[in-house]
Write a new protein. Structure first.
Lengths: 405, 368
């Protein structure tokens, strides 16, 4: 596997700074100074990279949605309308930044930052080259699970702080939904951890001789559904629920605060796509002439497109149906998946605790059979119920006369 | 877990809200997410159409009716001119009747497409089905443009006939549209009708029993969705509806899904009606010889047509002058929201939007 040169991680940068500062005679101060310098540089890179890709993503989303909807999408600013997001941002920044009189000012002001920060933090542990921005952080996936949980607090802060009924309804739904979907998401991740035997993102990638989407389709399904809910996209977009709640938790936000909420919201699919690509699609793995980074971006785009496809075609579930889906559906499937994968690993693992490629193939075969059988059974049970309709019988209360028929 | 104090929350849904289909306000009391009370408040779009009608002559009033149900101007025109014809005893030429029926049925399709599209939008399907519906409605509006130059506020019909005969290129366009419409509807249905989420959201939601529907004087697709086979086009045939064959689709239990499905089926029936009209229509005059200032003999008349939203009736009193003494509109949208409170109670916030959307009201008609 080859990689594009030029990827830096925190510890390489730290070592470089340390040598630099020591040579310039900072002595004892060199250590914390290099931490600071390396940190600032890494943050600068991550934030700007993410903002730029979010800008591109919003354009991509609107173009793709346009195509789905028999229209063109933004095509006025620049070639193919690629500068549309910049025009949007300029517009948003120039808007008045209002804070409602009754709002809880500190909470209201902090909410956008609290929402955007975790999303950015996730990006630091995604291995985009040979390692992630934080080097090979040995608890990468645990870090992601922990950091994403902050989202629900941020959304609740936004809703609570703005003292608006629609906002509080949206954020109450959000808190309930996000916390519920943490569990199936963690279950999906657990099965990946069982396979890879490590919490580090880089080892998860390197252990995927066969992509985990092939090895455990059920785990992928559970994780993908839960992740879609975590970023509150259709069919789980209860937090915003445009047709019901106006705009949900961000109803009262305007100007740059809204721009930041918007940024966080549109950054989420990119981050999710990155996590899915790492956990299930083999991360930077691919075949050789094309560098790993390109593979990674391609995989991200596939996942993003699938998310957009959901968004363009599916209506929204009701709030109780969403909770039911998490606890009755995904929870059970996740447990089943872990159970099967754990047994298989117990049978197939080698001395070092890993599973060989040929055994992975056997596992995939078994898991695909189980996944297809499970999902088909569920579809049959619910599918037949869904098409059940009584035959329409004209009511005896009205009569159009004999010749009417 | 005792001792947590909860209290109901009252929300003013509207008049500015994405899903109120205009400027409608619902004062809803929620217990958590559950609706315990809902009170419709309307009148934000009141323009005094009925009073204005008293100061205009009988031809001018046609333009007022356009602006009531602005998604179905043709049906409004038809209901109005039929009342005037009844009041003044005007015979309408046959060709005019056919053209009127064709345009009213096209308008019904356009209106039902809007209802379906916006119902799906209310369901949260981010405009994709809506845009599909709009694409088809666009072709119907193009046809209307050929007929009378306008697309929304048409004013095409006149007491005694229609304003002008359809141009030559209208007929081939209409034929090609009628040929395409069933495919369009198939495409729309393949997106929606068997969609798991749509079914989960709409089935058994917002029930309206046949008894309730009749008690509340509901009419149109909402009534038929409750299983009541009642259609004015069959029950009291007007124009040339007794010469065409069509079914009256009914729903099974009267839930939101039935209200959606009945509209889809009705569009298919409308296509059939237009096809038959195209076969039967013959050349001839398109307007009876009426004076510009119609002076009907003193008296009163009520006439109703099966509009897209329900029984659309006009009650007019004449004192022998050029303007009606009184004009009263039986607006189906207005009457169809009567059982709203009963239908909403006990459902959730998300259901409120789709139940309200499935009733399909137009605020221009509710407030007049």
């Amino acid at each position: 596997m080859n990689y594009l040169p030029g990827f830096i991680d925190f510890y390489t940068l730290y070592d470089f700074c340390l040598t630099l500062f020591q040579n310039f005679g900072f002595g004892d101060n060199a250590e914390w100074l290099s931490y600071l310098t390396a940190g600032v540089i890494i943050s600068f890179i991550v934030i700007n990279l993410m903002i730029l890709s979010t800008a591109f993503y919003t354009w991509f989303e609107r173009r793709v949605l346009g195509r789905f909807q028999v229209r063109r999408g933004p095509n006025r600013n620049g070639p193919f309308g690629i500068f549309q997001p910049f025009a949007d941002v300029v517009k948003l920044i120039m808007k008045e930044d209002t804070i409602p009189t009754e709002a809880d000012r500190p909470v209201f002001t902090l909410a956008p930052i609290a929402l955007v920060a975790p999303t950015l933090l996730i990006m630091t542990v995604i291995p985009m080259g040979e390692s992630s921005f934080l080097g090979s952080l040995n608890i990468g996936i645990l870090f992601i699970v922990g950091v994403t949980s902050v989202n629900s607090i941020a959304i609740f802060m936004a809703g609570w702080g703005s003292r608006n009924k629609y906002a509080i309804l949206g954020s109450m739904r959000g808190a309930a939904m996000l916390i519920s979907y943490e569990i199936p998401m963690a279950l999906g991740i657990t099965s990946v951890l069982l396979m890879s035997g490590s919490l580090a993102m880089t080892s998860i990638v390197s252990s995927q001789d066969i992509w985990f989407i092939v090895v455990m389709p059920l785990g992928f399904f559970v994780f993908m559904a839960a992740a879609t809910a975590e970023i509150s996209r259709t069919p789980f977009d209860q937090i915003e629920a445009e047709s019901e709640l106006g705009s949900g938790y961000n109803t009262e936000f305007s100007g740059i605060k809204f721009a930041i909420l918007f940024l966080a919201e549109f950054m989420a699919p990119i981050v999710t796509a990155a996590v899915v690509a790492t956990l299930f699609l083999g991360g930077t793995k691919g075949f050789d002439p094309i560098p790993g980074q390109i593979w990674f971006v391609l995989k991200m785009f596939v996942v993003i497109f699938v998310l957009l496809w959901f968004r363009a075609t599916w209506p929204r579930l009701r709030v109780d149906q969403i909770m039911g889906f998490a606890w009755k559906g995904l929870f059970g499937l996740g447990i089943l998946n872990i159970f099967i994968v754990a047994i298989e690993i117990m049978i197939f693992r080698t001395e070092e605790g890993t599973v060989g490629t040929s055994n992975m193939l056997i596992m995939s075969a078994i898991n695909w059979v189980i996944a297809v059988v499970t999902l088909l059974t569920l579809m049959r049970i619910y599918g037949q119920k869904k098409l059940e309709r009584p035959i329409p019988v004209p009511s005896p209360l009205a009569n159009m006369g004999v010749e009417a028929d | 877990m005792t001792g947590i104090r909860t209290e109901p929350i009252t929300i003013n849904l509207g008049p500015q809200h994405p899903s109120t289909h205009g400027v409608f306000r619902l004062r809803v009391t929620f217990d958590g997410e559950e609706i315990i009370d809902a009170e419709p408040v309307f009148g934000y779009l009141h323009r005094g159409t009925e009073k204005l009608a008293e100061t205009r002559n009988y031809v001018q009033i046609v333009t007022l009716t356009d602006r009531m149900d602005y998604l179905a101007s043709m049906s409004n025109n038809l209901a109005y001119v039929r009342t005037v014809e009844k009041l003044a005893n005007i015979e309408v030429p046959e060709r005019a009747q056919y053209i009127r029926v064709i345009s009213a049925e096209l308008q019904r399709i356009a209106s039902h497409l809007m209802a379906t599209g916006f119902l799906l939008n209310d369901l949260g399907a981010l405009a994709t089905p809506l845009v599909y519906c709009f694409r088809e409605r666009e072709r119907i509006l193009d046809l209307f443009e050929m007929l009378c130059g306008a697309r929304i506020t048409l004013s095409y019909m006149r007491p005694g006939g229609v304003f002008q005969d359809a141009p030559e290129d209208f007929w081939p366009s209409l034929e090609s549209l009628v040929g395409d419409l069933p495919h369009y509807l198939d495409e729309l249905e393949s997106l929606i009708t068997s969609n798991e989420i749509v079914l989960a959201r709409t089935k058994n939601v917002g029930l309206l029993t046949d008894e309730q529907a009749i008690d509340n004087s509901i009419s149109g697709p909402n009534l038929r969705a409750s299983g009541v086979k009642w259609d004015l086009r069959k029950a009291d045939p007007y124009e040339i509806y007794d010469r065409v064959k069509f079914d009256v689709p009914i729903g099974a239990i009267g839930d939101t899904f039935d209200r959606y499905l009945v509209r889809i089926l009705e569009m298919r029936e409308s296509v059939k009606i237009i096809e038959q009209c195209l076969e039967q229509i013959a050349p001839g005059p398109i307007r009876a010889n009426t004076p510009f200032f119609i002076r009907p003999p003193a008296g009163e008349a009520y006439s109703a047509v099966e509009g897209p939203k329900g029984e659309l009736g006009f009650y007019m009193v004449s004192d022998g002058g050029v303007a009606p003494y009184r004009c009263k509109v039986r607006a189906p949208s207005f009457i169809n929201i009567t059982p709203l409170r009963d239908m909403l109670k006990g459902w959730k916030m998300g259901d409120l939007i789709i139940i309200f959307g499935s009733i399909d009201i137009v605020l221009g008609e509710v407030d007049r």
